[in-house]
Write a protein that binds this ligand. Sequence first.
Ligand code: FES
Ligand code: FE2
Length: 433
Amino acid sequence: MLSKEDNIRFTEVEPGAALHSMAKRYWLPYLRAEALEANGKSRKVELLGETYISFRAADGTLGFLDEQCPHRGASLVLARSGDNALTCIFHGWKFDVSGKCVETPSEANPNFCKTVKVKTYPVREAGGVCWVYLGEGEPPVFPDYEYFKAPPEYRRARVGYCHSNWTQNLETLLDSSHIGLLHASGAATQAPNIKQAAGINTPKLSVVETPYGLQGYALRDRGDGTVSLRVTEFVAPFTVLNGATREEEGRLLYMVPINNRRAAFWRMEWDLNHTQDYWVEQAKAEGMEELFFEDPDDFLANVFDRTKENYDQDREAMAQGHWSGFKHLRAEDAAVSDSVPMVDRTKENLGASDLVIARMRQQFFRGLEAFENGGPALGLGPRGDGSGIPYADMRGTAELISSDTDPKDFHNRVLREERAAAREAFLAAMETK
Ligand code: FES
Ligand SMILES: [Fe+2]
């Protein structure tokens, strides 16, 4: 449970909110690289309750500007593109990718344009995704997750839009106890990481705080000498790498606040052992191929019918034993998150199963307060720039271990060493190709 004031501090992101300036201190994903065509139309981007425009010049360079034309405020989403620039259709003022105004045809003085500038922001492209830094000063280091090392055919990036506050789906990602309940039916139960947790709904939870956020451990004793270990890595405040077995794709997830009631849910998946063709075949075999043919620029667009009160949940299937009435896992998580767009946390009752969420919130409030007092932004380490954070080796874990294995050593050392060796071998093999 949170007080009304704390719930506002935790959730609101728009200008004037406590979190607004700290949230600008991170590299944020904003569009898939393929969504911006060279010399194509500009795209409107909303982040933290403010609107921007991004476009790609003919030479491939990305531009990212404030949305409003600095003349009289028309949206530059309407601008003409071409010539490595955007030209506002209202009076023809023209801006290049660096934000420099290069023409103001409505002004007789040809030098007038030199006095005008539109604000631009540092951008970069990595892993098939465009990223922006909206904050003041130098951006933090760009995190070198293993995902970014995977060649295009070994990875995929998709984004879906949640019609709810950014904290809600984030808390779902940190919540290990819903797995065997919300996702009890349907094809998703075949996913190896879910299979091994099935039937045990009261995992033993613990939390380890880290310089970048926390690790949430969930242990399920299967009573046969094995334990299902699920470790979720949380890189505060927007990033999660949740449990995947060795045989599954790794998942780098971002929950980016668009405004107080919308969030972009980014899924970046990778596997250095298999190309994406393999994963399409696997999904077909499990009846989950829809997941591969959904719209990568909004994978939550059609998972259910938002115009219906219960999202067109299949009540008949539920009567016959299907737990949630939703076809697949993605719809289940999105439905519970979107069903109340802004949860009133003064009315909630947390239990032992919510330990990870409770600790994440405590850390959030401590971090935000420290930032307000001039300290580093939460999750970026003691120097506040992300240096020294072991992004490269980070991955969520879901494995069966024997009861006498130390779960922390297994996650933090055994699997990491294994992965680092596999990654090096993969990259060396790529180089000789
Ligand atoms: S409003 Fe854009 S040129 Fe006038
Ligand atoms: Fe879930």
